[in-house]
Structures are given as structure tokens and as C-alpha cells.
Design a binder for this molecule. Structure first.
Ligand code: SF4
Ligand code: SF4
Length: 96
């Protein structure tokens, strides 16, 4: 296998391993800029991007803006902290 390769698990068959976790990553969705950096770095492949609608009141009038943010499936996250390390805006904090 190539160094740094990512293994994609078959999550339908995988046991739920989230309760092995010692530290829990918490995403501040307001800080997340939707860069997607954390998603391919997660060794458990449990991160995905979701979309949200926000009201943009800048300029004339207000418009609905669609942006993306990262989300974690805690049933499988093992709390390794890689996502928090790679996030360029420190939107992920590891908590006990
Ligand atoms: S702590 Fe590790 S396993 Fe959990 S979401 Fe972050 S990178 Fe993935
Ligand atoms: S790396 Fe940080 S800013 Fe980028 S999508 Fe993940 S949580 Fe959001």
C-alpha cells in the first residue's frame, strides 16, 4: 500500500467503535470555512461535508447563501485528533 493512503471502510459491516474514544473532536460550525481539508485526513473516514443555508445581510437586502461545513459520525470516530491538527482555522477542538 502507498504511504499515506486512506483506507475506506465498509461502514455497513464495521462495528461501532466510537465508544473507544478518549478525546472527542468538536467542530465549531461557525468557524468552519468548508475547506474540506479534514475529510480525507480522517483515518476512520467518518467525516463528511454538509450544507447549510445562512442569511447574508451584507450589501443591499439580504440573500440566502449556501455553504458547507464539516460533520463527524461519532459512532465511529476514535478521537485521534488528526482532524483538529490539520484544520487551518482551528475550528475543531479536542475535548475529554
Ligand atoms: S478525531 Fe480522528 S477519527 Fe475522529 S473525526 Fe477526527 S480524524 Fe476522524
Ligand atoms: S479543516 Fe476545518 S475549516 Fe476545513 S472543513 Fe474541516 S473543520 Fe472546516
Amino acid at each position: 500500500m502507498e504511504k499515506g493512503a486512506i483506507i475506506n471502510h465498509d461502514q455497513e459491516k464495521a462495528p461501532k467503535t466510537g465508544d473507544w474514544r478518549y478525546m472527542k473532536p468538536e467542530i465549531d460550525a461557525a468557524k468552519c470555512i468548508g475547506c474540506t481539508t479534514c475529510v480525507p485526513h480522517c483515518p476512520e473516514a467518518v467525516m463528511e461535508m454538509k450544507e447549510r443555508e445562512t442569511q447574508d445581510a451584507s450589501g443591499a437586502g439580504s440573500t440566502l447563501r449556501v455553504s458547507s461545513y464539516a460533520s463527524i459520525d461519532y459512532e465511529y470516530c476514535k478521537g485521534c485528533g488528526v482532524c483538529a491538527q490539520v484544520c487551518p482555522v482551528k475550528a475543531i477542538v479536542m475535548k475529554k
